[in-house]
Design a protein around this ligand. Structure first.
Ligand SMILES: NC(=O)c1ccc[n+]([C@@H]2O[C@H](COP(=O)([O-])OP(=O)(O)OC[C@H]3O[C@@H](n4cnc5c(N)ncnc54)[C@H](O)[C@@H]3O)[C@@H](O)[C@H]2O)c1
Length: 316
């Protein structure tokens, strides 16, 4: 029997998920909901699905096995509540919300319901991240340098603090997540940031944080959205006798043997979708960022963003 999936939101990332979901055997994208009717219609056509104006209509109109939530950060809450009420497995795009209370509240409900969830921290499915972890098993990280230096994405909600949560929460969260995967939990630190009067929007356009990990490692994570394009997006790691430079595309390894660059072998978004669908079918157990795990990264991102905006100290 086919696994029937509904999508809420028909923007950029929903399109990426449709691409990988429709390539999987035994998956039907049954419905797509978006208040922008042309988008819902276009993506539904691509997926062979029905278009809906709202997620309420989608949930009422289709029998589903799982729901993808691909909405802007400020639209999280009610749709996840409805999925919990319906006992519907949930794939939620990062960030979990613009704020922490919404995500904490949903996490409590999801936990109580025992709902299967996955969150779109797709860097966790980079085979190159797995390779980095293997190399670091014998030489634990001492220093991490994360940077997301980019331009502001051209979507209407992104540069609005109340709609996106700002760049650290919205984008650099991927790097903080990688930092947690490679070096473990952060215990505290400091952050500072700034906002240009000329924008974009009302978000901090520069932010930098110095963080301590429970392991004794330290790291700096910086982001800016005033670069002309994405020219540096990744995490560098220094460990005894080892240097690593991970981007979404490849891993540069520096060790006693010299330097080599390993390109990634698989599309991490396709891999995360395949893992989620397998879990929904009861055929797999490789969801790497369930909601509760993603919440730990979101907590860190919110703490860094808050410290950068008004205080300096990262409080976890
Ligand atoms: N994992 C990744 O690397 C990755 C990449 C891009 C985007 N994202 C995340 O995905 C989310 C969406 O980003 P995007 O780039 O697709 O944005 P987008 O603006 O292209 O698409 C969002 C869509 O959601 C729709 N929408 C808004 N409120 C809705 C609601 N209540 N119900 C249904 N649809 C609604 C909008 O009309 C829009 O079409 C963001 O949180 C973003 O951070 C993740």
């Amino acid at each position: 029997m086919s696994t029937r999936i509904g999508l809420v939101g028909a923007g950029f990332i929903a399109g990426r998920h449709v691409e990988s979901l429709t390539a999987l055997d035994g998956v039907t994208v049954a419905g797509v909901a978006d208040p922008q009717a042309d988008r819902a219609q276009r993506l539904a056509e691509r997926a062979g699905a029905r278009a809906y104006a709202t997620w309420e209509d989608l949930l009422g109109g289709e029998t589903l096995d799982a729901l993808y939530v691909c909405v802007p950060p400020h639209q999280h809450g009610a749709v996840e509540d409805a999925a919990v009420d319906a006992g519907l497995p949930l794939f939620v795009e990062k960030p979990l919300a613009t704020d922490l209370p919404t995500a904490e509240r949903l996490a409590t409900r999801i936990e109580a319901a025992g709902l299967l969830t996955a969150v779109g921290y797709h860097w966790r499915y980079l085979d190159t991240l797995e390779q980095a972890r293997a190399l670091l098993a014998d030489a634990p990280p001492r220093l991490l340098l994360g940077a997301w230096l980019d331009k502001a994405p051209n979507v209407p909600w992104w540069a609005r603090q109340d709609q996106s949560g700002g760049q650290t929460v919205e984008q650099a969260t991927h790097l903080l997540d990688v930092g947690r995967v490679l070096a473990g939990e952060v215990t505290g630190g400091f952050a500072t940031g700034g906002r240009s009067p000329d924008g974009p929007g009302d978000v901090l356009d520069v932010c930098t944080a110095s963080l301590r990990f429970a392991s004794g490692a330290v790291g700096t994570f910086s982001n800016s959205c005033v670069a002309p394009r994405g020219y540096r997006i990744g995490v560098q790691v220094v460990a005894p006798g080892l240097g690593l430079d991970l981007t979404e595309h490849d891993l540069r390894i520096t060790d006693a043997a010299g330097e080599r660059t390993v390109p990634r072998q698989r599309d991490p978004i396709a891999a995360e979708d395949a893992a989620f669908v397998a879990a929904v079918r009861g055929e797999g157990d490789d969801v790497r960022a369930p909601y509760a795990e993603a919440l730990r990264t979101h907590r860190l991102a919110v703490a860094v963003a808050r410290a950068a905006a008004d205080g300096g100290t990262v409080q976890l």
